[in-house]
Design a protein. Structure first.
Length: 110
């Protein structure tokens, strides 16, 4: 049986929230819930897909978590709290601007 292919991804951003045990101990579940609520409240459900992820950077979550990764740009935010969600949604997801105070990694432009 041939699988159906789609011509494009149906959302602009895919946001992964690390909810491994280390990140969860630092409030990742609250970050995930806050992010989902904010995305819905801002009417971004068709543009932003929020997913729970397992450990995203082995050995670093204790020190730098909770992590949020935003694709397709491959932007990594660290030490994110529920209080940071508004900034991430307003700056990054709505205005495509990096939240520099939370930035952990972003690829260099070539």
């Amino acid at each position: 049986m041939q699988k159906e292919k789609i011509s494009e991804i149906p959302f602009k951003y895919h946001v992964l929230v690390c909810t491994c045990s280390s990140c969860s101990k630092k409030g990742a579940e609250n970050v995930l819930l806050s992010l989902r609520r904010k995305v819905e409240a801002e009417g971004l459900m068709g543009k932003v897909h929020v997913s729970r992820a397992g450990c995203v950077l082995r050995g670093q979550c204790r020190k730098h978590g909770p992590f949020i990764i935003i694709y397709p740009q491959n932007v990594w935010y660290h030490r994110v709290t529920a209080n940071d969600v508004d900034s991430i949604v307003e700056q990054h997801l709505k205005n495509n601007q990096i939240v520099s105070r939370l930035l952990f990694f972003t690829p260099r432009e070539t």
